[in-house]
Design a protein around this ligand. Structure first.
Ligand code: PLP
Length: 397
């Protein structure tokens, strides 16, 4: 019999989403006509913007034209999109298009990037966390090499540099699940740490488009020295509704170095090698759709969508405050971190909301032990649902 990767057995057995799905299914069976409000999933609630649809349709039409065949594209992404990103997102930071790698989602790159690091690396992972950082390292065999970075109330629900050495650190800001974002000073402390420890930071900036506070950097490269130690990942998923289309990018500056034995090696060359071997790129029409995000209409339409999610967030935050609830985040992010009332555990409050309010939120415990006692509330929703949700919650508090 084939021998399997035993590291998978070290993954947490309590993977929350199947449990949530089961509970939801039971509720649906019991109340088939109930209008369940889902403020759990971090998926978009608005349709794709017209300018993006148009660009994708045009690209598809073009592919039906004999003179314009688009077969396999470059695995790093088409230059037109890499250039558009460099110009529109990174002009101030001197990032050139060849330092930008197009991918089919941050999820893919954030799970794969660990492959170019030694298995002996110490890995700093926030707790609570977006689970992929932790699980991809466990699958690779680093279960014992994970250094938890607490994101609890004492540190404002964000990780701070540890006293221990890490080689690779995952940071997510604006943070999923806690919904708070790092300011310049907090991020600068991480850059100082990474330079001292000769570590590399993977900066998951999936929610950059939601940043509105002036002291929250839009890119990690706003911090001096970041180009030597930080890889930034951004996605079109949440700013432009690409969760079902799949397109993102990883910025890997040439300055970042690691070592193989004693030999200093740029990560950039290893990542190109890895991608050339294992990846065949994102579909041409999807990359044209992503390019359209930077057209005048694209910018206007996608900003309006993000503003709408932020406005639902503001209403939810105000509503919760009026109900005397303690909550964090949601200002530069589509997530609100709600402290469960009356000392209830995350799962107890989850069950109460589901059974009595027919509302679905994600128990903070599912993102790590330090998520216990909190719920993640997503603001990817509409006006009507926010109003209905607050009315239902009021009845059980
Ligand atoms: N990173 C974070 C922090 C996320 O919350 C998500 C999705 O919810 C992703 C990455 C995945 O992004 P993508 O759709 O680009 O794979």
């Amino acid at each position: 019999m084939a021998r399997l990767n035993g590291h998978y057995q070290q993954l947490r057995t309590e993977y929350i989403f199947p449990i949530i799905d089961k509970k939801l299914e039971e509720l649906r069976k019991q109340y088939p006509d109930s209008d369940i409000i889902n403020l759990g999933v971090g998926d978009i609630a608005l349709p794709l913007a017209p300018s993006i649809i148009q660009a994708i349709c045009n690209a598809l039409q073009e592919m039906g034209n004999e003179g314009k065949i688009h077969g396999y594209g470059p695995c790093e992404g088409y230059l037109f999109l890499r250039e558009a990103i460099a110009k529109n997102e990174y002009a101030a930071h001197g990032i050139d298009p060849e330092e930008i790698f197009i991918s089919d989602g941050i999820n893919t790159d954030v799970a794969n990037i660990q492959e170019i690091f030694s298995l002996n690396s110490w890995i700093g992972v926030p707790d609570p966390t977006y689970p992929v950082y932790r699980d991809s390292n466990i699958m690779a065999g680093r279960a014992k090499k994970i250094v938890p970075l607490p994101c609890a109330a004492e540190t404002g629900f964000l990780p701070v540099p540890p006293s221990q050495h890490c080689d690779l650190i995952y940071l997510c800001s604006p943070n999923n699940p806690t919904g708070v974002a790092m300011n310049k000073k907090q991020l600068a402390a991480w850059i100082t740490y990474a330079r001292q420890e000769k570590a590399v930071i993977i900066y998951d900036n999936a929610y950059a488009a939601f940043i509105r506070s002036p002291d929250v950097p839009y890119s990690i490269y706003e911090i001096e020295g970041a180009k030597e130690v930080a890889i930034e990942m951004r996605s079109f998923s949440k700013n432009a509704g690409f969760t079902g289309l799949r397109c993102s990018y990883t910025v890997l500056p040439r300055e970042i170095q690691g070592r193989i034995g004693r030999k200093k090696t740029p990560l950039h060359s290893l990542w190109i090698r890895r991608q050339n071997t294992k990846y065949n790129g994102v579909a041409y029409p999807i990359q044209r759709g992503a390019e359209a995000v930077y057209s005048e209409e694209g910018k206007r339409e996608t900003k309006a969508q993000v503003d709408s999610y932020l406005s639902q967030g503001r209403k939810l935050r105000e509503g919760l405050t009026q109900l005397g609830q303690v909550h964090f985040g949601g200002i530069d992010s589509p997530y609100i971190w709600w402290k469960t009332p009356n000392g209830k555990s995350s799962w107890e409050f989850f069950d109460l909301l589901l059974e009595k309010c027919h509302m679905l939120l994600i128990p903070g415990r599912g993102f790590g032990p330090r998520g216990e006692g909190y719920m993640r509330l997503s603001t990817f929703t509409t006006n009507e649902k926010v109003a209905a949700a607050l009315q239902r919650v009021e009845k059980i508090l």
